[in-house]
Write a protein that binds this ligand. Structure first.
Ligand SMILES: Nc1ncnc2c1ncn2[C@@H]1O[C@H](COP(=O)(O)OP(=O)(O)OP(=O)(O)O)[C@@H](O)[C@H]1O
Ligand SMILES: O=P(O)(O)O[C@@H]1O[C@H]([C@H](O)CO)[C@@H](O)[C@H](O)[C@@H]1O
Length: 164
């Protein structure tokens, strides 16, 4: 753990070394990934649930370029480092790592967490990363979903309220 919350944004190689150390010390390492552009209560509920599955929660944060590929040219609203820092400021997230690919498969193959989770808007069998997690002896879990809250809805509300 770094001295300041921003110290826990690591590179993939630094994160792998840290995971080896943590697992040797008997810690269960949970991983998730996503964009987390404007953090909301659905995210926090989900991150809390993820953290409670183990001892350490790592979030793979999509780079700005990979957000554009996944969510379109107008996104993200917040930069990759700011999204990673906001996550580290919550009481649930221990480490963040930025990844630049369309999916987290390559990152998961490096990190090899014990558990990989996504929210209830995903199905395990449809996740491209399920294969690589299970190949490395990890487990994939889908968590619950908080209805009627998303970053897109927040953006649409702001547009509605401020439009002329
Ligand atoms: N309402 C919610 N309840 C529980 N989990 C959620 C919720 N919204 C998102 N998640 C989970 O949080 C992670 C990051 O999701 P993401 O940043 O895409 O959220 P979002 O609000 O759906 O964003 P957007 O509207 O931009 O698509 C994903 O793993 C997703 O499953
Ligand atoms: O924030 P999102 O849109 O839930 O994050 C995406 O999740 C994808 C998911 O893991 C299925 O592969 C991932 O591929 C994508 O890069 C985003 O992280």
């Amino acid at each position: 753990m770094g001295k300041n919350f921003k110290d826990n944004l690591l590179t993939a190689d630094e994160m792998r070394n840290e995971i080896v150390r943590l697992q040797k010390a008997g810690k269960k390492v949970v991983f998730t990934n996503g964009v987390f552009d404007i953090l909301h209560v659905g995210h926090l509920t989900y991150l809390e649930e993820a953290r409670n599955l183990g001892d350490i929660l790592i979030v793979g944060v999509n780079s700005d370029a990979s957000v554009k590929v996944n969510k379109g040219d107008k996104r993200p609203i917040n930069s990759e480092t700011n999204r990673a820092f906001v996550l580290l400021g919550t009481k649930f997230v221990d480490y963040t790592v930025i990844f630049n690919e369309k999916t987290p498969e390559k990152l998961l193959d490096i990190l090899k967490p014990d558990i990989h989770v996504k929210g209830g808007d995903y199905r395990k069998k449809d996740l491209p990363e399920t294969k690589v997690v299970e190949k490395n002896g990890g487990e994939v879990k889908i968590l619950s979903f908080v209805d009627n809250i998303s970053t897109t809805e927040i953006i649409n509300k702001i547009i509605e309220v401020y439009k002329k």
